[in-house]
Ligand binder design. Structure first.
Ligand code: NDP
Length: 235
């Protein structure tokens, strides 16, 4: 059945995959026999992470906040594989719950948008041709209920507005990719015990499972939606 080439397994790229939810998502995809590329801003950390998972997993340089990195990474994937089956936009920064919109810290706000919004946007745009080439690509934007307008309240202004904007991007990308076989969804992993989430959250495996669900949707699966644990969330 397998041809012994890279094309025998599905190919996934997870950004921010050297720790936390990204690393666990990569691990679960590898268990499903995906070849997995760990998009990392520090290649040395990425190589350690890839060894931790083992199997067909390797690190690729991809600082999503750097302007040309996504294009370079996409060119390398194009050259080596000619397609991408799953893209998980996971990298994010600046969960700022105690900050207040009325005391804006523009440095934090700009950095949050550069990574959480423009980063995901750059990566999606650079890899869209390769997702189209897959024939049944899946694009997962790792968002947060913190980006839900329906439940938005005081605090975390940089993070929440960046995730709300990421959700808008999900809607637009889903529409622009409709008919290409590429399904685009926003996923909230829930509150997860990582460096970002802090102690007390649920196990990282549970958070990653909802992302893997969206990464492995059947061809008639949803697109342009917002989910946690496979259940719809209000925008
Ligand atoms: P962590 O802070 O634990 O990990 C973040 C990862 O993103 C790290 O690997 C980090 O790399 C990477 N990263 C940050 N900036 C960049 C960049 N410019 N380029 C490439 N990689 C980058 O976060 P989590 O694992 O908790 O979060 C993963 C996703 O889940 C995020 O999108 C987050 O918003 C979302 N989420 C998390 C929740 C939680 O409770 N944990 C709740 C809701 C959503 P490095 O090691 O180099 O810093």
């Amino acid at each position: 059945m397998t041809r012994g080439t890279h094309h025998s397994a599905k190919l996934a790229l997870v950004t921010g995959a050297n720790r936390g939810i990204g690393l666990e998502t990569a691990r679960q995809l590898a268990q499903l026999d995906f070849t997995v590329l760990l998009g990392v801003r520090d290649l040395a950390k990425g190589e350690v992470a890839a060894r931790k998972i083992g199997g067909k997993v390797e690190a690729i340089a991809l600082d999503v906040a750097a302007h040309d990195a996504a294009a370079h990474a996409a060119a390398e994937v194009e050259r080596r594989f000619g397609r991408l089956d799953v893209l998980v936009n996971n990298a994010a920064i600046h969960y700022d719950p105690s900050a207040r919109a009325l005391k804006p810290d523009w440095t934090v706000i700009r950095e949050a948008f550069e990574t959480n919004v423009f980063g995901a946007w750059r990566v999606a745009a650079a890899f869209a041709p390769l997702l189209r080439a897959s024939g049944n690509g899946r694009l997962v934007n790792v968002s947060s209920e913190g980006g839900s307008l329906a439940s938005m309240g005081a605090g975390a202004p940089a993070y929440s507005t960046s995730k709300a904007t990421l959700n808008a991007l999900t809607r637009i990308l889903a529409a622009e990719l409709r008919g290409s076989g590429v399904l685009v969804n926003s996923i909230c992993p829930g509150w997860v015990a990582t460096d970002m989430g802090g102690p007390g959250g649920r196990p990282v495996a549970q958070g990653a499972a909802g992302i893997v669900w969206a990464a492995t949707l059947p061809d008639d699966g949803p697109t342009g939606g917002f989910f946690r644990d496979g259940k719809r969330l209000p925008w």
